[in-house]
Design a protein around this ligand. Structure first.
Ligand code: 9UX
Length: 72
């Protein structure tokens, strides 16, 4: 079952940061689509709840060196 969430992301300073997060997330099995808006400091993520959780998404974002500031 797919779900769409918005994640507040801290620590992005350039457009490549946003791209790095998109690419990192999309490598995760279960991510359908990830779009990151630098100005809004937000990642718009569609994922399959049966395969991954927001905890997995948090791990990817933090593993890339950014902060997972919560979902909304
Ligand atoms: Mo955005 Mo660059 O970080 O190292 S400032 S990719």
């Amino acid at each position: 079952l797919n779900d769409k969430i918005q994640v507040k992301v801290g620590g992005m300073t350039c457009a490549m940061c946003a791209k790095a997060i998109e690419s990192g997330l999309e490598q995760l099995e279960g991510i359908i689509d990830a779009t990151v808006n630098l100005g809004a400091e937000t990642a718009y993520i569609e994922y399959n709840k049966d395969l991954i959780s927001t905890e997995d998404i948090k791990r990817v974002i933090e593993g890339l060196g950014y902060q997972f500031l919560g979902t909304g």
